[in-house]
Ligand binder design. Sequence first.
Ligand code: FEO
Length: 395
Amino acid sequence: MKKQVKNNVYWVGKVDWDLRTFHGYEYTTHRGSTYNSYLIQEEKTVLIDTVWLPFADEFVENLAGEIDLKQIDYIIANHGEVDHSGALPALMKHIPDTPIYCTANAVKSLKGQYHQDWNFQVVKTGDKLDLGNGKELIFVEMAMLHWPDSMAAYLTQDNILFSNDAFGQHLATDKLFNDLVDQCALFQESIKYYANILTPFNPMLRRKLDEVLSLNLPIDMIATSHGVIWRDNPIQIVNKYAEWAADYQENQITVVYDTMWNGTKLLAERIAEGIRAADPEVVVKIYNLSISDVNDVITEVFKSKSVVVGSPTINNGILHAVAGFVDMMKGLKFKNKKAAAFGCYGWSGESVKLINELLEKAGFALINEGFRNPWNPDEEQQAKAFEFGKSIANA
Ligand code: FEO
């Protein structure tokens, strides 16, 4: 059943309570998600985005229960990714000639995925679509937020920004609006989404936020494509994005490691104690990467001013959980963060050198040469690890 968003704007999406991973298995979604699709019923009837492919038939069936599909005058595809475009093939079978408004890059992404020559109408920033009753949709290209094809659409008079992925969260809820959900969960899922998906695009995001704010469009609601619609103080999430896009950090140091026989784990704990001793104010968190949710740990790194990375040496290399995690950090292009390495070894002992190289390639400023420990740390070595922690806090 459709749910009213405001006046003649309705939500016709899908709440996916079962979703536990997204982007394949790359992003954990502990709280499920929603795929938000919107129906505008003015003189013209407009559908904004659809839902993920597995829910395509259900979506089309539900939509056909609300309106005669042939009444849809325009489809807006704000983004080509399959979680929003997945029901297009099923829908277009019913209304093959209906125009699809999207960016030039979305024509490429939609054709690339569905191999269909639908009636694409390419739009650019500032282009408008008249919906009758004095209302218009104004399009704003959002290239690289987070795909080249991304765009937003703004509905005049109702003052709703359909922002697609931007400002969204993976949060399954039957409540449509931000003021009706648990605020801690909402904030946690919003920052996790930003940290894991949008961080690489910080510079573009800063420019786009300035551009959108300079348009001085009144914004009563931000209707995202995942999670809630921001209606209570919608600018709060815009302000958060401005903070997060400015190479965000809190007074936090995060220690991440993996361990084989607990030597490197012991170092992690002593290093954390040293950090706490040198700076009682700093928040210190420790994660064993092999048993932690990497997306949650990435969120902690996002909040950190420094990250300390540990692995023992194995086969002249490092443990795969650590290698994979540093590669994730590299892809996310974190800026303005410091780092240091540590690890135990029995004979060849390359791990710290290798981690240093990976951290530098990932854009972190190395605090020092790192801390290497032969075999299991004895009391003297543990004391040195403690001092090493202090040096990181003081860096
Ligand atoms: Fe929610 Fe980029 O798709």
